[in-house]
Design a protein around this ligand. Structure first.
Ligand SMILES: Nc1ncnc2c1ncn2[C@@H]1O[C@H](COP(=O)(O)OP(=O)(O)OP(=O)(O)O)[C@@H](O)[C@H]1O
Ligand SMILES: *[C@@H]1O[C@H](CO)[C@@H](O)[C@H](O)[C@H]1NC(C)=O
Length: 311
């Protein structure tokens, strides 16, 4: 049994360090290459598990070395893989990324097996979903499967968190109705609402727009400015600033925030919502001080004890 079920994506990042981005038709020599475990679903699951939650992943990988390695990675993070299945129809999701010394990048995402995670796979996971405290999903799988996940969780009275990434216009209205907590970043909120989110006032407008669609709560993350949230019951937005730190690599900070939020909501009913959001921001801020995505996520033993206090 799991406290948190993540229904979402796995991607293998294929990172090439290049002197400059290649022009069309050009072949150039890079300096370094590495692979990394990514995909928003998996990243969020890893954060919650490293904080100490019992996490089950529902996902699809290809029958290839990337997929097999990914399942091993879940196990090393103590994540339940009973509902991570393999398909021969498509390869494991990959993201070839080129990065230049001045930090420019070019990214291609091949969703592959992630799009083969079906409603049938979800039905099989119903026993673990219905006994969870929190179900978490993103939009790197098919929208049908994501919506079916939210509905299944709601049917069983399980709290739902949606990180609507990548941002999409014209989301199915049923998505909002079945989302307890919608957690976008600025560009995702802009894409979904059509409101450009540059100022705090814009952020407030986007939050109101999302609440009006039927979400129970909206938490908009603002990078180094922290986050701002409001609920249906208390629609006046509250800003929670982030700690100022030296940023080494902010990749995956949003996933750290969302994974940590699931952890706090599943395990700390004694702290209030604002405190849960503040602590989730602190976990994300820890992650921006290290390079990489999952490599930047802290383990429980390395986290200040006050982030685990019951008050
Ligand atoms: N430079 C920073 N300094 C401190 N905290 C940060 C910084 N960047 C991000 N954070 C923390 O991470 C949270 C999520 O960041 P952000 O809104 O940038 O998500 P994101 O855009 O989805 O992240 P990314 O795309 O980089 O993975 C913030 O609410 C904040 O708590
Ligand atoms: C929001 O998240 C998406 C997906 O991770 C990312 O591409 C985008 O840069 C982020 N936007 C901001 C403003 O950080």
């Amino acid at each position: 049994m799991a406290d948190i079920v993540v229904v979402g994506s796995c991607m293998t990042d294929l990172v090439s360090f290049v002197p400059e981005l290649p022009k069309p038709g050009e072949t150039l020599f890079g300096n370094k290459f590495l692979t990394g475990f990514g995909g928003k679903g998996a990243n969020q699951a890893v954060v919650a598990a490293r904080l100490g939650a019992n996490v089950a992943m529902v996902a699809k990988v290809g029958d290839d070395s990337f997929g097999h390695n990914y399942i091993q990675n879940f196990k090393e993070n103590k994540i339940n893989v009973d509902y991570v299945s393999t398909t021969r129809e498509a390869p494991t999701g990959v993201a070839p990324i080129s990065v230049t010394p001045d930090g420019q990048n070019a990214i291609v995402i091949i969703s592959g097996a992630n799009l083969y995670l079906s409603e049938n796979d979800l039905q099989k996971a119903e026993p673990v979903i219905k006994t969870a405290k929190v179900v978490l999903c993103q939009l790197e799988i098919s929208t049908e499967t994501a919506l079916a996940t939210l509905k299944m969780a709601k049917k069983h009275g399980v709290k739902t968190i949606l990180n609507p990434a990548p941002g999409q216009q014209n989301l199915d209205p049923e998505i909002y109705a079945n989302t307890d907590i919608m957690c976008p970043n600025e560009s995702e909120a802009a894409k979904i609402t059509g409101i450009n989110v540059d100022t705090m006032e814009d952020a407030h407008k986007a939050i109101k727009w999302l609440l009006d669609q039927g979400c129970g709560m909206v938490i908009l993350t603002l990078g180094k400015k922290g986050s701002v949230f409001a609920t249906k019951e208390n629609p006046t937005p509250i800003h929670i600033p982030a700690k100022q730190v030296k940023t080494v690599d902010s990749t995956g900070a949003g996933d750290a925030f969302v994974g940590a939020l699931a952890f706090y909501l599943a395990h700390y009913s004694s702290i209030d919502l604002q405190e849960a959001i503040r602590r989730s921001g602190e976990i994300a801020t820890i992650s921006v001080q290290k390079t990489g995505t999952q490599t930047s996520y802290p383990w429980r033993k390395d986290i200040p004890r006050d982030l685990f206090s019951n008050h």
